[in-house]
Design a protein around this ligand. Structure first.
Ligand code: SER
Length: 589
């Protein structure tokens, strides 16, 4: 039996209910591009909502991490990966969680106890050392020498900047055939971290302080790719059984063998697998120039570039063959792959056709460009030309340049890109439309009104309210936010009045670019910081609102009409939805 099945069976036998994997694109949270951890879809329940399946859950969850996309290509990082997880929502806590992990590893996977070591939280000025976990480990037969006490950087886990969090205990496995050292050294990379048990009992607020969560929860995560490779005794994930068929297909289409040194093969394997899962998601992501679509485009185009490096005939159906190998491998666990198979193949085919048309010419142009530069720097105009005329995602240009020891003026490129985007917004309606970035005058007004509404809800209802979703049409705004109750008539009225007061106050709307770090320091509203590039745009409205945002916005709140909430309803558990309109040319004047 495979590890995945063993894991689920084990936790089901311990009273857990298996929950289905959520889509890779979060359902109710447009502020993150993808689910990056198994716990992400469970955040409302870790915060205290009742889960329909009860208090003990387990699953395998599709995750996508793109913040270190350029590291993908080594032997252990993946864009898409699966996380095995088990949770206690206010049910068992540290001791039982550790017992389960220990039993699963030693009895079900038959790992000898000598091969295991753990880290636990050493404590700080606020939270005491986690002796409960350490003692439990000792009682199970993990010697003191195999326990390392580490600080917040290593043994405290949180998904982003704010949210449910807590100290954790991480489990390591000695992978090498060397003699196992007496003393565990977490820095020694023969010890591989295989499992993370987080004891989520705190909530980190925007101001950096912690409150206690309603419940003491357990959130554990074990990367499937890593545990499979580790137990199969390979230090290259792509040599494990999980990847065998995919790698075999790449070997066949490229007519080359994979012996562990072929970075391009790994990139192709990883990127096509991720592209298959992203485009099979029911959210219907297609390659584009924004958000998830841009990631999908980058993945496919980077895979194509590496296929070319392997001398694969890129106009043949090599990508389809690899995608089918991926679908075959996973359809048993994710039925959407089979159901949306044609969608996936069409996405790949269309994007490949688009890119193939210009790739060859673009590469020639790139070669020409670098022959003519003198100072090893590719300026913004050249980088932009590769993007605009040849469809090279700037990351691809950077990678190509990097291979030649050339630097790209990335900041300059971004400026040019932004200017170009703004131009396109006004000249070709909707071309770059993504997320909130509407483009008509009325949509722009709604956009600013959305920021005011967000700020007003914080003042009137609860300062911990944050955006959970937003949608703007020329008719209305729709705003989803976390809130544990239906708004009272009074709360609605006061929120409405406050927004209208700010409109009457004629507050200036200002736009400032700054580093992400400064933006956070300045207290700008932003739920999931990792989504943003290093240089961000912050919009301030007088001193009532400050948000990370791409715009566009009006110049002054007096351009908005009278603001009116027309509906307030539940959106999903713990999330409320407001629909509001702006009545132009009326009472406000
Ligand atoms: N959330 C933790 C992690 O991602 C444990 O699942 O490591």
């Amino acid at each position: 039996m495979k590890i995945r099945e063993k894991y689920i069976d084990f936790f089901v036998s311990k009273g857990h209910k298996q929950i289905p994997s959520s889509p890779v694109v979060p359902e109710n949270d447009p502020s993150v591009l993808f689910n990056t951890a198994g716990m992400q879809p469970l955040i409302p329940y870790l915060m205290g909502e009742k889960h329909p399946y009860g208090t003990r859950l387990c699953d395998y969850q599709k995750c996508v991490r793109t913040n270190d996309l350029d590291e993908v290509g080594d032997k252990t990082h993946h864009t898409f990966f699966e996380m095995l997880g088990n949770w206690s929502l206010g049910d068992y806590f540290k001791e039982e969680s550790i017992e389960y992990s220990f039993e699963f590893l030693t009895r079900i996977l038959n790992i000898p106890v000598e091969r295991l070591a753990v880290t636990v939280f050493e404590g700080d000025e606020n939270i005491p050392r986690d002796d409960i976990s350490a003692n439990k480990w000792k009682s199970l037969g993990i010697s003191e020498d195999k326990i390392a006490y580490l600080g917040k950087d290593d043994n405290f886990w949180i998904a982003g900047e704010t949210g449910p969090c807590g100290s954790d205990t991480e489990i390591f496995y000695f992978r090498s055939s060397d003699t196992i050292p007496e003393k565990f050294d977490p820095e020694d990379d023969r010890w591989v971290e295989i499992w993370n048990n987080v004891f989520m009992e705190y909530y980190k607020k925007e101001d950096g302080t912690f409150t206690k969560l309603k419940n003491k929860n357990v959130d554990t995560g074990m990367g499937l790719e890593r545990i499979v490779a580790t137990l199969e005794g390979v230090d290259d994930n792509y040599k494990s059984s999980l990847w065998a068929n995919i790698i075999k297909t790449i070997e066949s289409v490229s007519n080359k063998k994979y012996d562990g040194n072929e970075i391009s093969m790994r990139i192709i394997a990883d990127h096509i697998r991720a592209a298959v899962f992203i485009s099979a998601d029911n959210s219907g992501i297609k390659p584009s120039n924004t958000d998830q679509g841009y990631i999908l485009r980058r993945l496919i185009r980077r895979a194509i570039r590496h296929a070319k490096k392997l001398d694969i005939d890129i106009s043949s159906n090599w990508d389809e063959k690899i995608a089918l190998a991926v679908i075959d491998e996973y359809k048993k666990y994710y039925s959407e792959l089979e159901i949306n198979k044609q969608v996936v193949l069409d996405v790949l085919k269309l994007e490949k056709e688009k890119f193939n048309k210009t790739l060859e010419k673009g590469l020639r142009e790139f070669e020409k460009m670098i022959r003519n530069i003198s100072d090893n720097k590719l300026d913004k105009d050249l980088a932009f030309k590769l993007y605009d005329t040849y469809g090279f995602p700037v990351e691809l240009t950077i990678e190509l340049a990097d291979e030649k020891g050339i630097q790209v003026d990335i900041e300059g490129f971004k400026e040019k890109f932004k200017a170009h985007q703004e131009l396109s917004r006004t000249s070709s309606k909707g071309k770059f439309k993504g997320g909130l970035s509407g483009n008509s005058e009325i949509e722009t007004k709604y956009h600013t009104a959305t920021h005011l509404l967000n700020a007003a809800l914080k003042k009137i209802v609860n300062k911990d309210i944050h955006q959970r979703g937003s949608n703007i049409t020329s008719e209305r705004l729709r705003f989803d936010f976390n809130c544990d109750h239906k708004l009272t008539d009074e709360e609605k009225k006061m929120t409405e009045d406050l927004v209208n007061k700010w409109i009457k106050d004629s507050l200036d709307v200002t736009r400032k670019e700054m580093s992400k770090e400064d933006a956070i320091k300045s207290g700008a509203e932003c739920q999931f910081i990792e989504k943003y590039p290093n240089i961000v745009t912050v919009y301030s409205i007088g001193d009532v609102s400050k948000e990370l945002c791409g715009g566009p916005h009006v110049k002054n709140t007096n351009e908005l009409g009278h603001f009116k909430i027309v509906k307030e309803e539940a959106s999903s558990s713990g999330v409320r939805r407001i629909k509001a309109i702006i009545e132009v040319g009326d009472k406000n004047e």
